[in-house]
Design a protein around this ligand. Structure first.
Ligand code: TXA
Ligand code: MG
Length: 320
């Protein structure tokens, strides 16, 4: 199959209506989209990504008022939707019957979000169906933040990549679920637990710590999920540099240069949001150069720094 890159939403809509896959830009990372209501189209997503069949997909909608078409919405989830959508927040809700089982991997819950990306929003508003879209990378590798990253992993497997340039946020959406008297955080993102708590007045509990998290743990929370091919270690950089002396080392930091390594400062402007937007592209970059290993600082654990630390800890080298 030939894969074209372009900015034509009419072409993108045509492929999607025909049950084909199209990679789409969002404000977080690129998604690999198909008609969420067409099981045969959704099956192509799992095949193209080599995604385990137990890992459910997020429904992407044109606006928050469509959520009730596909999910049962409680009052607090509705408030969160009105406040944070379009934007990098995904809500986990009880699903309605019109959402095929393959889209939610058999779960009776469905994840929904409204991406804040102009091209994709106009594409969605043209379609008569929502788009199921996981990140547009082969399963297990780093999420793509531009159209070239998508091509690196999926070239020849999909007909079209809708090119919206570099994504703004650079890390996948926050995933949360409103429970009886608290909110379960399934994945950290740029909408922080603190923001959710301040807005809702509810305690926000990490999925792994929550008693209410009885459903199978979110597969995106598998330990090694965003791993580069080059082994990555996290911690005190001078100490790690000493331990690994003699190797060809790439160091990822907020804005510090270390002697004895090639430095990749994610945010010369010191902003954590800049670091977040650069993290995945930088990991890909390093992976394509010949480094023996990657060392990463632990980032300030506040705001989007929490999501950055979550992603680098999942990218860590684990002996298999
Ligand atoms: O920012 C994002 O959310 C991006 C863009 C493309 O929208 N999408 C994304 O999709 O990161 P994906 O599939 O790579 O990660 C979605 C996560 C998965 O870990 C999946 O297990 C979880 O959401 N998820 C989706 N539906 C779920 C469900 N019904 N129950 C539990 N977890 C669910
Ligand atoms: Mg993913």
């Amino acid at each position: 199959m030939q894969t074209a890159i372009g900015t034509d939403i009419t072409i993108a809509a045509g492929f999607l209506q025909a049950g084909e896959l199209v990679a789409i830009p969002t404000e977080t990372v690129y998604g690999l989209a198909a008609n969420a209501l067409n099981p045969a189209a959704v099956a192509k997503i799992y095949a193209a990504k080599n995604r385990p069949s137990f890992n459910p997909l997020i429904l992407h909608l044109a606006n928050a008022s469509q959520i009730t078409d596909y999910a049962v919405v409680d009052e607090m989830s509705l408030k969160l939707a009105q406040k944070f959508m379009p934007g990098p927040l995904t809500l986990l809700l009880p699903k309605k019957d019109n959402v095929p089982d393959i889209t939610t991997a058999g779960s009776n819950k469905v994840a929904v979000r409204v991406p804040d990306q102009p091209l994709t929003l106009s594409l969605l508003s043209r379609l008569s169906f929502p788009l199921a879209a996981p990140s547009a990378n082969p399963s297990g590798y780093i999420s793509p933040t531009n159209a070239h990253h998508v091509m690196d992993g999926l070239h020849g497997k999909i007909p079209y990549v809708l090119d919206g340039g570099n994504t703004k946020v650079g890390l996948e959406s926050t995933i949360c679920e409103v429970a009886d008297n608290h909110i379960i955080l399934h994945r950290a993102g740029s909408v922080t637990a603190e923001e959710l708590s301040r807005f809702s007045g509810l305690e926000v509990v990490n999925a792994t710590n929550s008693e209410a998290a009885t459903q199978p743990t979110t597969p995106g929370q598998l330990k090694s999920h965003y791993a580069p091919h080059t082994p990555l270690f996290i911690g005190n950089i001078p100490q790690l540099l000493q331990e690994h002396a003699g190797k060809k080392i790439a160091v990822i930091s907020l804005d510090t240069a270390y002697i004895g390594a090639t430095n990749f400062k994610l945010a010369p402007d010191h902003q954590l949001s800049t670091a977040a937007s650069q993290l995945f592209a930088t990991l890909r970059n390093i992976d394509q150069s010949n480094f023996d290993l990657i060392l990463s600082e632990i980032f300030p654990n506040e705001g989007i720094g929490i999501a950055i630390n979550d992603r680098i800890s999942r990218a860590q080298f684990i002996l298999k």
